[in-house]
Design a protein around this ligand. Structure first.
Ligand SMILES: Nc1ncnc2c1ncn2[C@@H]1O[C@H](COP(=O)(O)OP(=O)(O)OP(=O)(O)O)[C@@H](O)[C@H]1O
Length: 606
């Protein structure tokens, strides 16, 4: 591929590195349904006031001096009954639609997350804890439930009902209405005292103290085996105790600071205080002849409800905050840049793999691969060796496109992997890495992951080659056993399943990490023989003598650069860096290798 073609291939790709969409955008397709939920709640809440107002009206009618008008009484009763019916109907409808909407929104969120997670670089997952992602897709999306299904109802009820009551009370007596509002005003006046810089600082300290406790618990649980084995439980436990002690101090400080305004608020909003205020004001007005005694009744019945919005604000605020934090985390995941997919995939010509001046770093400030040029010819085995941390795993992970290089390109059959399309890529390249992941599915499905329509005979053949067939037959339901549910497998067995998977996929390019892939000598030999067949291009992180000797090319990686490359025997003869590296790693193996190479060259054995 020429440089122009490469540039074109890049231009045809669709990148998406924008931050995730906001809550409003995510909810936009459901806006009308959400509006219906709120509207039905408003109608229900207002209608729900009718029975209450009817009782008040009846009280005023019966307590007023003079004859009672039966027509007015029947009208009031009918309006109250209709109001009750409408309230039941509309709140039920609102709640039903709200829950359906909640299901739809959660499904839409999870689909978007799944779609995004399907497009982020595979390597991104290895940098994250599985629990963290499970929390976003499960708990955080679930945190939408109260926000969508309950908050509209609760907030509408908390605000609309007092508002309508207030209007009604104003029509009865505006002076007593203002007096009835005194507790609400007092409570609201105390709110700023709970939001002073000192209080906000304490809230922040509280959050971090909670975080410290969680991480000390997680650390302790995750490392429990090591801690116990090395008798360090005292030290690990001490960390937890220190975190808890710190939390207790901060919590006391926070509670002390909040207690006065909070208690003041509770007192102001408490029914006895509201009743005292209404009764005192009402009595004064009645004794002065400014108000009829019967008019006190609506204030006693409805006055208590006026404090509801302030109390609801407290509860709703917590839920809203939780939903906001959850949406923030969901947005972060939706905002992860996806792997660019070509709009028009280009077909590779052959299976020659080429790395051209490849540079890569997990972060901007540290380069792990520094200008790798490497060609893997079809039908050859290339062994990568090098000290720990030299970048071997990073290099091989670029072939199945776990990450894209930050500079340069990886080409397959002359096509930049970015222009190839993931479907084609995974049909061409398979891999067995250290981190073997099996799905919670049957053994057969796990092996046939890349070839879903493979018949059982093929699956079994791959399992036999990977030396795991007999072990599978020992499982409760053989090849149909669900891994994780019905049986657990050892690390070595899981690796052999992964090898069977790669053998069945039978891709022309195979990348593997030998340290774990060749779990035992029999598997090693079987796999080695099978892989040697055909025109397969192989890239192996090599740890063993046999692999290095059998490889067509050995590449020595040091600090992210190739420092030596060539046929193994030639490299040893050169007595350069590779020979020194191998000598330092294992003098015995180096001698063996020397003998082996001598035999290959036809020299006399030593
Ligand atoms: N997911 C990651 N995030 C950040 N840094 C990483 C990640 N994986 C590896 N590194 C860093 O990149 C460098 C190269 O690591 P890599 O695993 O590729 O080396 P390696 O030669 O395969 O080592 P080993 O033989 O010990 O497996 C190291 O400094 C390592 O700390």
């Amino acid at each position: 591929m020429t440089t122009t073609e490469l540039a074109e291939a890049r231009q045809t790709t669709t990148t998406d590195a924008k931050p995730g969409p906001g809550l409003a955008k995510l909810l936009r397709p459901h806006l009308w349904t959400f509006a219906a939920v709120v509207l039905f709640q408003i109608v229900g809440a207002v209608a729900g006031l009718a029975p209450l107002l009817a009782v008040v009206e009846l009280g005023r009618t019966f307590l007023s001096p003079g004859p009672v008008d039966p027509g007015h009484v029947w009208f009031t009763v009918t309006v109250g009954a209709i109001g009750l019916f409408v309230r039941l109907l509309f709140t039920a409808a609102s709640s039903g639609i709200g829950h359906l909407l909640d299901d739809r929104v959660q499904l839409a969120f999870r689909r978007r997350l799944a779609e995004r997670l399907g497009r982020v670089p595979i390597g991104w997952f290895s940098q994250r804890r599985t629990g963290e992602l499970a929390k976003v897709v499960g708990d955080d999306v679930g945190a939408m439930h109260p926000f969508i299904a309950h908050s509209p109802g609760e907030l509408v009820a908390a605000f609309v009902v007092p508002l309508v009551s207030l209007v009604y009370l104003f029509t009865v007596d505006w002076r007593l209405t203002l007096i009835t509002l005194i507790p609400v005003v007092l409570a609201i006046a105390l709110v700023p005292l709970m939001m002073t810089p000192a209080r906000l600082r304490e809230q922040k300290d509280f959050d971090s103290a909670m975080g410290r406790i969680s991480s000390s618990v997680v650390e302790f649980v995750q490392g429990i085996a090591v801690v116990k084995a090395f008798n360090g439980s005292g030290r690990a436990h001490r960390k937890f105790v220190t975190a808890v002690d710190g939390f207790v101090d901060i919590f006391y400080r926070m509670v002390r600071g909040l207690s006065r305004p909070a208690a003041g608020m509770q007192l102001a909003l408490s029914p006895p205080f509201v009743l005292v205020v209404v009764l005192t004001g009402g009595t004064a007005l009645i004794t002065n002849g400014a108000m009829a005694a019967a008019d006190l009744l609506p204030f006693l019945l409805l006055g208590l409800g006026l404090t509801a919005p302030v109390a609801a604000l407290g509860h709703g605020f917590d839920e809203l905050q939780a939903a906001r934090r959850a949406v923030g985390r969901i947005r972060d995941v939706l905002g992860v840049p996806s792997l660019p997919e070509p709009t028009q995939p280009v077909a590779p010509r052959g299976h020659r793999v080429e790395l051209r001046d490849v540079r890569f770093g997990y972060s901007d400030d540290q380069e792990v691969l520094r200008g790798i040029d490497l060609v893997l010819e079809p039908g050859t085995v290339t062994a990568i060796v090098g000290p720990s941390g030299s970048g071997k795993s990073t290099l091989v992970q670029l072939l199945p496109r776990f990450f894209d290089p930050t500079h340069g390109a990886v080409l397959l059959g002359g096509v930049d992997l970015r222009g190839l399309g993931s479907q084609r890529l995974y049909r061409t390249v398979s891999f067995v890495f250290q981190d073997v992941r099996l799905l919670r599915a049957s053994v057969a499905d796990n092996i046939a992951l890349a070839v879903p329509h493979a018949d059982r005979a093929d699956v079994e053949r791959a399992a036999r080659l990977a030396n795991v067939h007999d072990r599978i037959l020992e499982l409760p339901r053989g090849y149909d056993t669900v891994i994780g549910d019905e049986a657990g497998l050892s690390g070595g067995e899981a690796q052999r399943i992964a090898i069977a998977r790669a053998l069945l996929a039978d891709t022309p390019v195979l990348v593997l990490d030998e340290a774990t892939a060749f779990a035992d000598p029999q598997t090693e030999q079987a796999v080695r023989n099978t892989l040697a067949e055909g025109e397969r291009t192989m890239l192996v992180i090599a740890h063993r003598l046999e692999t290095i000797v059998d490889a067509d090319t050995v590449v020595l990686l040091e600090n992210g650069s190739i420092v030596e490359r060539g046929a193994p025997s030639e490299l040893l003869r050169r007595e350069g860096k590779f020979a020194a590296f191998w000598q330092s790693r294992s003098p015995v193996l180096a001698d063996e290798l020397e003998d082996h190479s001598a035999v290959m060259r036809g020299d006399e054995p030593r």
